[in-house]
Write a protein that binds this ligand. Sequence first.
Ligand code: FAD
Ligand code: NAG
Ligand code: NAG
Ligand code: NAG
Ligand code: NAG
Ligand code: NAG
Ligand code: NAG
Length: 565
Amino acid sequence: MRLSSTPVLLLICTLYAHFSLAHEKHRTCRNVPGNAGYPKAAAWKKLNVTIGGRLVQAVPTAKYCASLPGGTCTDAQWTSALFRSINPGSMIDGYDLKPPSLCLRNATTCGQGNVPIFSVEAQSAADIQATVRFAGYNNLRLVVKSSGHDVLGRSTAPYSLLIRTAGLQNISMTDGFFVGTQNTGPAVTIGSGVHTQTLYQVMKANGKSVVVPTAATVCPAGGYVQGAGHSALSPLFGLAADNVLEFHIVVASGELLQVNSISHPDLFYALRGGGAGSWGVIVSATFRTFPAFDETLGVIEIAASSNAAMGALATVHAQHIFDLEPVRAGQYFYVFAATPNVTSLTLQLLTHIPNTTAAQAAALLAPFRNAALALPDVSLLAEEYTVQNVNDALFLADDGAGNNMVVGSRLIPVSVLRDSPDTVGRVYEQLLNAGALECNLNDPTGQVAANANIRSAVHPAWRTAKTHLLTGSFWTDQTPLAEIDVLRKKFQTTQLPIMEQLSGKHGAAYSNEADVNEPHFQTTFFGPNYTKLTGIKAKYDPHDLFIVAAGVGSERWDEWGLCTV
Ligand SMILES: Cc1cc2nc3c(=O)[nH]c(=O)nc-3n(C[C@H](O)[C@H](O)[C@H](O)COP(=O)(O)OP(=O)(O)OC[C@H]3O[C@@H](n4cnc5c(N)ncnc54)[C@H](O)[C@@H]3O)c2cc1C
Ligand SMILES: *[C@@H]1O[C@H](CO)[C@@H](O)[C@H](O)[C@H]1NC(C)=O
Ligand SMILES: *[C@@H]1O[C@H](CO)[C@@H](O)[C@H](O)[C@H]1NC(C)=O
Ligand SMILES: *[C@@H]1O[C@H](CO)[C@@H](O)[C@H](O)[C@H]1NC(C)=O
Ligand SMILES: *[C@@H]1O[C@H](CO)[C@@H](O)[C@H](O)[C@H]1NC(C)=O
Ligand SMILES: *[C@@H]1O[C@H](CO)[C@@H](O)[C@H](O)[C@H]1NC(C)=O
Ligand SMILES: *[C@@H]1O[C@H](CO)[C@@H](O)[C@H](O)[C@H]1NC(C)=O
């Protein structure tokens, strides 16, 4: 992902009948403060002792800022994911949509909003086990967070108890990782709090590479891998979920399970693509590693003077995206709309080309570049080719933060790009005309398609997709709530109908970078085998302790996961 703020548009078609299990009209709710069943101070104190004093009050980012010397955060702090990762209650790009208790930056009043009440700053599996048992016993709304990056808001909830795994920082490498008696080769085991940037540094130091995001602070062993996990290295090595060998996870019973292809294989299936936050609390995950290599990072930026010119550019891009296949390059393709300050639109292409010289990389991209620059109303802004260790090329020092946004996603089938590149351009133009600020594609093909035989919960549409198309809608802290409500619905009302020209009516989305309001999330996110996932959910989480919006089982719960519907 790479979305940055400024305002846009999106919406919701409601087609789905409610997925209603044989549920009596018997609403059950989580215990919240004020309920007779909510734990008393003494019970919290006892939990705190059990977990070594690691229970803390969670506070919203703005309140945390107000508590700092000077009583405020600088803009640099406010927009830094690393800075926010210090405060347990912070989301990175979260939006607080629980009026009237919004806690806005520099505001004089501040409510808790959708920020949890307490956080357990877990340092061990035992901390997690004690907390999961406590939450189950007391019927609490439980949430799990590693980085807080989730743009669907799945790692925060009002009145909840948070388990934060940011403290789980173990990393260990091996040349031979065993699943049962089988040596699966080189691998790295990471705690669920390890940031992507740390991993790139460790991989470089060890002469390895690994399939993780293009991000600084996303946690690969948190939500990323559970959703599928795409990477600049996916054309070479597949999705992150294709490369995970084992998890250690605390499930709703409080048991710590070793999960791999032979131990709890059903849960192993679900944890690979079956959606973030629905299965338990991951302590660690083990990923296959590969030898490091040098790559060329090709950066091309092209200005287009109108939406129509950008559309034409998108068509040329679609025609040439296949040029990258023989070398299994990974590419990010960003379209930025005009802003009041920058009157042209910008296309930015970041292409990661393994094992090439700068000259070979330039030659590979030249057919696209030359065809693009032959179009009217476009001009070259920048072009650069840098050879470096793959881990340096993908390393980022920090991620942006503080964007109030929703995103929407569709996976675009390879057949569409191959057969109808003109439609791609038309769709881009229409999205821009409809006010979509940024569209973003990356190319997950190659080994992702070749891994179609892997049995996991990864949506099968990944195996036939050529690109992942993402749009965003943004607002500021000053935007009125009524307007925010319209923006939150804009993907379904406005942008999706346009994108469906590419994805088809029953297209798939990437659950980690998607609209939380997808009405058919069961199939849009999880494909044809949702009932298989519901069965696994019933086995490992029979009382729905781990409920996230648009996740498996969430149709039984209200928007905030507080009461059954
Ligand atoms: C800057 C940025 C770059 C990104 N780049 C990529 C990319 O290159 N490729 C890609 O595929 N995606 C990318 N994403 C999307 C990313 O995969 C999702 O935001 C994902 O949800 C992040 O997971 P997290 O654990 O870091 O976030 P969190 O917000 O902490 O958690 C996300 C979800 O996972 C659950 N979760 C977190 N920790 C645990 C745990 N220990 N056990 C069980 N469940 C847990 C949470 O409950 C929540 O449901 C990017 C996002 C951002 C903001
Ligand atoms: C938990 O215990 C620690 C150590 O005694 C203490 O500092 C902390 O304030 C306690 N947490 C809460 C929420 O009371
Ligand atoms: C909040 O205060 C900081 C520090 O004075 C300032 O830089 C920032 O612009 C303010 N932001 C808002 C939204 O008021
Ligand atoms: C981290 O590693 C240490 C040393 O191997 C081990 O004792 C500890 O249990 C590990 N912690 C977690 C959470 O896996
Ligand atoms: C855009 O221009 C305005 C007015 O000149 C200025 O205040 C603002 O900081 C600029 N914004 C950006 C992102 O450069
Ligand atoms: C890069 O080239 C080396 C040497 O030819 C080869 O061993 C390695 O597999 C290549 N790596 C990739 C990712 O292509
Ligand atoms: C989905 O279910 C069908 C029918 O049961 C099965 O053939 C297919 O292999 C399953 N796909 C996955 C990814 O599990």
